[in-house]
Design a binder for this molecule. Structure first.
Ligand code: SF4
Length: 287
């Protein structure tokens, strides 16, 4: 990694802010604009990483739900069976394409590795999430009016750009604007769910609904079908505006690596794609 490298312009999103909170140095490596000494960009390093089985299940479940909501938007029938068939196909391809990585992860020797059983296990998990979605969650949403889904939107704040990507936005028959986000995992102690909720609330208030009492933001967990519902107030919006402004000040395009300290912890650093450049991370992993 070249010394003296600048951060460059970084837009704000809840996930980018969470990455910065988790480890400022990793945030810097992920976003710095120039090329490292070996010629590989930070973005390429991330793209070359193979998704873990858990992350793959999450992205497949999201994609299958997304496709069915697209049918609902066009007044076509949604189908749990079709969603599950898509999940089966995608996860089977993933296991076949990544057999070596999965063998390293799940078996001590090639003899112990059962590719078909791994595929069955991932597919079973994805099917359970989809069943919960269509049997428990979807009946509570399908009678609302469609506004948008899986669409990336932005707005300006304090000279910066803020991005959101809600899974679904609807209006209830009472006129409430509802932002819904699916979660396939259990809440992660590193991710800041409330920050995501607050940002959706701010975006909805600016772009769709000036009356705060008519906005609802909800996180829906596809593992068990629970809803976490939030009703934003002025204090919530002020808090997220302060957070965005404070982050954007720290993320000056001219800021250099030393402004982004390492925050090493063994479990974080082991899976960090920038470990090769980070002495503090290497030290804690070797311990
Ligand atoms: S290896 Fe650890 S300390 Fe270093 S950048 Fe990655 S997460 Fe941060």
């Amino acid at each position: 990694m070249a010394n003296g490298q600048h951060l460059g312009t970084v837009d704000w999103s809840p996930s980018t802010a969470s990455l910065h909170a988790r480890c400022p140095r990793r945030f810097f490596y992920r976003n710095a604009e120039s090329v490292d000494d070996s010629g590989a960009t930070d973005n390429n390093t991330s793209a070359n990483q193979i998704q873990s089985p858990g992350a793959k299940i999450g992205s497949v479940v999201h994609e299958c739900i997304d496709r069915q909501i697209d049918r609902w938007r066009r007044n076509e029938r949604t189908s749990l069976q079709t969603a599950q068939a898509t999940a089966t196909e995608k996860l089977q391809s993933y296991v076949t394409a990544n057999a070596t990585m999965l063998q390293d992860r799940f078996a001590d020797s090639p003899d112990e590795f059962d590719e078909a059983e791994i595929a069955r296990s991932l597919i079973r998990t994805a099917h359970t999430h989809l069943e919960t979605f269509f049997q428990v969650i979807w009946p509570q949403l399908k009678n609302q009016q469609y506004i948008m889904h899986e669409d990336t939107r932005s707005f300006s704040l304090s000279g910066g750009t803020v991005w959101v990507r809600p899974d679904l936005c609807t209006r209830t028959s009472e006129g409430e604007f509802v932002v819904t986000d699916w979660k396939t995992g259990t809440p992660d102690s590193f991710s800041d769910a409330s920050l995501q909720v607050q940002t959706y609330a701010l975006w909805a208030h600016r772009e769709y609904e000036p009356e705060l009492t008519r906005i609802r933001v909800q996180l829906v967990y596809t593992r068990r079908g629970e809803f976490d519902r939030y009703r934003p107030d002025a204090e919530m919006l002020e808090s997220v505006i302060d957070r965005i402004q404070s982050d954007l000040e720290k993320w000056s395009p001219e800021a250099v690596k030393s402004a982004f300290p390492t925050l090493p912890e063994s479990n974080k650093c082991q899976s960090c794609p920038y470990l090769q450049w980070c002495e503090d991370g290497q030290e804690i992993v070797s311990e």
